[in-house]
Ligand binder design. Structure first.
Ligand SMILES: Nc1ncnc2c1ncn2[C@@H]1O[C@H](COP(=O)(O)OP(=O)(O)O)[C@@H](O)[C@H]1O
Ligand SMILES: [Mg+2]
Length: 245
């Protein structure tokens, strides 16, 4: 669904658009795709990853890995994130561990992006409890509408019980081909249940090529249509959340 691609590209675009703005990207997926792309390895000792935050430890400077951009930092994920699911489910503050850690990090960073795992796990719920906005990358298929409804229901529950601040910023179409009859037919259905950003992200082999070289799409091919689309999406997001330095 292009979650990781979008989190990486938006983090880079938001950092580039304002060098005074400090941006933090956090990998929350035990599959560690963002970690592999940003750091070149997914084997980071657990105590230097977001795992330590889920264990209730305070954020330390050695969690903040530098990137190719001076104002963009990165916290990697750990395979051990899988193990903490039962531990967090049994803890009274199990849904709040990430949010507690972000209270501290919010003082240091103007924008924090969370790259979520694919399922509605305890880690994902932590992200929804910690976040102000939810961005939903969408690929049009007959399953999209069901998936959006599931996410909406989860947001409603989180809003009622844990985090009244969380808002759906919107969905955006990725790997998009406007010409197909399926997208023509489905789009109005989706727009009825989810606000959509104007920008759509097209498909390009440059995305895969950039990731293989461990580069962001903006470094690898700045004039590529995908790089330009993510920059435009970052612009729309700035309008929505306010131009944060
Ligand atoms: N705009 C795009 N054009 C071409 N390939 C893309 C694009 N966006 C994502 N991909 C590819 O699709 C696959 C899934 O993307 P990824 O961002 O890892 O999704 P997720 O994090 O939701 O699992 C990856 O191989 C990625 O390179
Ligand atoms: Mg991913």
């Amino acid at each position: 669904m292009a979650k990781t691609t979008s989190a990486l590209a938006l983090a880079h675009a938001l950092a580039r658009r304002n060098p005074a703005r400090r941006v933090l990207l956090i990998d929350l997926d035990s599959q560690r795709n963002a970690t592999a792309i940003v750091l070149g390895t997914s084997d980071i000792p657990a105590e230097r990853t977001v795992f330590s935050l889920f264990q209730g430890q305070p954020p330390r400077s050695e969690l903040l890995f530098p990137t190719t951009l001076a104002n963009l930092f990165f916290i990697p994920a750990s395979l051990h994130l899988v193990e903490i699911e039962p531990q967090l489910s049994g803890a009274l503050d199990g849904f709040f561990r990430l949010g507690d850690a972000l209270q501290v990090l919010r003082r240091e960073f103007s924008i924090i992006l969370l790259d979520c795992p694919p399922s509605l796990s305890v880690v994902t719920i932590n992200a929804m409890v910690a976040a102000d906005y939810l961005l939903i990358p969408l690929q049009i298929s007959k399953f999209s509408v069901d998936g959006i409804q599931t996410i909406r229901n989860a947001v409603d529950t989180v809003n009622r019980r844990y985090n009244a601040t969380l808002k759906i910023a919107g969905g955006f179409l990725t790997l998009h081909d406007a010409r197909t009859t399926l997208s023509q037919a489905m789009l109005p259905e989706i727009e009825k249940i989810l606000p959509l950003f104007k920008t759509t992200i097209p498909r390009s082999v440059a995305v895969e090529e950039a990731h293989l070289l461990r580069q962001d799409i903006h470094d690898y091919a700045p004039h590529n249509k995908v790089a330009q689309a993510y920059a435009a999406l970052a612009g729309e997001l700035e309008v929505l959340i306010g131009d944060r330095v």
